[in-house]
Design a protein around this ligand. Sequence first.
Ligand code: ADP
Ligand code: MG
Length: 280
Amino acid sequence: MTTHTAIRTENLTVTYTGKREVTALDGVSIEFTENKLTAIIGPSGCGKSTLLKSLNRLHEIQSNTEISGEVYFGDERVYNTDEPLPEIRRHVGYVPQTPTALPLSIYNNVAYGLKIHGNYSKAELDERVETYLRKVNLWDEVKDRLDEPGAELSTGQIQRLSLARSLAVEPMVLLCDEVTSALDPISAERVEQTLAALKEEYTIIMVTHSMSQAQRLADDVVFLYLGELVEANDVQSFFENPRDERTKQFVSGQESVAAADTEDNTTESEQSETPPASVQ
Ligand code: ADP
Ligand code: MG
């Protein structure tokens, strides 16, 4: 089967300037395959969110960031391109860690991007809002209350609503930053099920703290450590046959965490904040 690359970085370096200069990513070159789910894992503070945000130029809203190297979306250079920024953001959507509803109705939370980007009739909007709410498994829970404020939904529902809002503008790539870490286990499982279904259709790049989540969901895994890309491989090889010593230590150090804690994902993410002593 031929695989295509959706996004790739070439020698990507991101430095936060300011009082304390931090090189959050150091010469990272990586390819993300189309229509696969790639999990980015690694200890806290090692550059996972930085990598994710650099893929659709989200860093540009901060002034203290210096970026060198390249990011390609297909053949296009994401940085220094003549294409307007909103186009890149439309193709490469971002779902943040904290579930957030816009101060609008459930309906308009999904229709928001469509109203900005296109000229749709009411019937077309209705159809799309339903389609995307169905894709995130939320339709049945909200179909009778579409006019109510999105913010009144539960946290887990709001996270699926955010996903629906991102999907509504028909992105090709979805960037998800620890999208289940703020959720209770049942809501987290629903979001996971949604991601598992969506990965058939979209390229998903997902930061996760949870090894077990990476094992359940990912096709490919990328391990970052202190801003460096240590290892990238398909999920099975990554966990069963890690090549780099640091990956071996990280994977084995986390096994006890994953095994000890299959119920409560909050505890799991808190525990995995601390890298194993051997790689500190
Ligand atoms: P992760 O998502 O893996 O926890 P981040 O990408 O958020 O890691 O952070 C990588 C490094 O960059 C950390 O040392 C963090 O403190 C630093 N950092 C992240 N965002 C900023 C920022 N806006 N300004 C300064 N330093 C930052
Ligand atoms: Mg992060």
